[in-house]
Design a protein. Structure first.
Length: 264
């Protein structure tokens, strides 16, 4: 695969989209949009292999109604070769199996003139058990589905890892019900992340005082080292306390691996 140069303005193809990850059931639902080349299937093979490495052995392929018979046959052949469940239309997943859905969701859109591409992934965890591990897995799979280059995927994983470990290792939850919410928005050549948790205000001993937080973000010290690293990786890293949530945001420019454009 080759990288798409930043100055390339052509539409980015949406070959794969993670519809749902159900960690409890070890199941992944993946929308696949085959193109005329083998690029989509190379990407799909890498995605399926990564799922198996992460212990997500039940990979379900979905396709949109209206997909050509030729492309459906190719998907069926691929599923058979990889010993996956035969692919089904995308709407089938919502016909009667809503109880199987996890706290993972995604939606995508693109402009009619094919210049704007947008995919939003939302993940929510109640409790901290295996949250660091599962979020790391989700980010790795998002990197493959969005055909990010290894450096962009690594940067995203490092940033989310620092925030999650900060919550799990140091968070105090007065309600007794830890909640972590992550939104990853991929638009053209940029990724934006919003991370929330309901722990007490961190780094401040429970008092709402922004200055100590900003000092930890902008200075190197043993306390708040992860936030300092985040600020170096993403200079626009920001934090605010809303009265209920710790909200951290950041964004950075990404590079993508080449895939052939498709008709949607």
């Amino acid at each position: 695969m080759r990288l798409i140069p930043p100055e390339n303005k052509r539409q980015l193809a949406m070959c794969l989209r993670i519809v749902d990850i159900n960690f409890e059931a070890s199941r992944v639902y993946l929308e696949v949009a085959p193109d005329k080349s083998d690029g989509c299937f190379v990407q799909l093979d890498a995605f399926a292999s990564r799922c198996h490495l992460e212990g997500l052995d039940d990979v379900r392929l979905l396709y949109r109604r209206g997909t050509s018979k030729r492309d459906i046959i190719r998907l069926v052949d691929f599923a058979s070769m990889k010993q996956l469940v035969p692919p089904v239309p995308l709407a089938k997943k919502n016909d009667g199996n809503n109880n199987e859905l996890s706290c993972f969701s995604s939606k995508w859109s693109h402009s009619r003139n094919a210049k704007h591409y947008r995919v939003e992934y939302q993940i929510k965890f109640e409790g901290c058990d295996r949250t660091v591990e599962r979020l790391n897995t989700a980010i790795a799979l998002i990197g493959i589905s969005e055909h990010l280059d290894p450096r962009s995927t690594l940067q995203l994983r490092l940033c989310v890892y620092e925030l999650t470990t900060n919550t799990v290792d140091h968070g105090t939850f007065p309600t007794g019900a830890p909640t972590i919410c992550l939104v990853v928005l991929v638009e053209n050549e940029r990724v934006s992340v919003t991370y929330r948790d309901n722990a007490v205000v961190f780094l401040t001993m429970g008092h709402i005082d922004v200055n100590p937080i900003q000092e930890q973000i902008n200075s190197h010290s043993k306390r708040g080292l992860g936030l300092y690293m985040l600020n170096k990786l993403c200079p626009d890293f920001d934090y605010e306390w809303t009265g209920e949530w710790n909200v951290s945001t950041f964004s950075f420019k990404i590079s993508r691996e080449h895939v052939t454009a498709i008709r949607r």
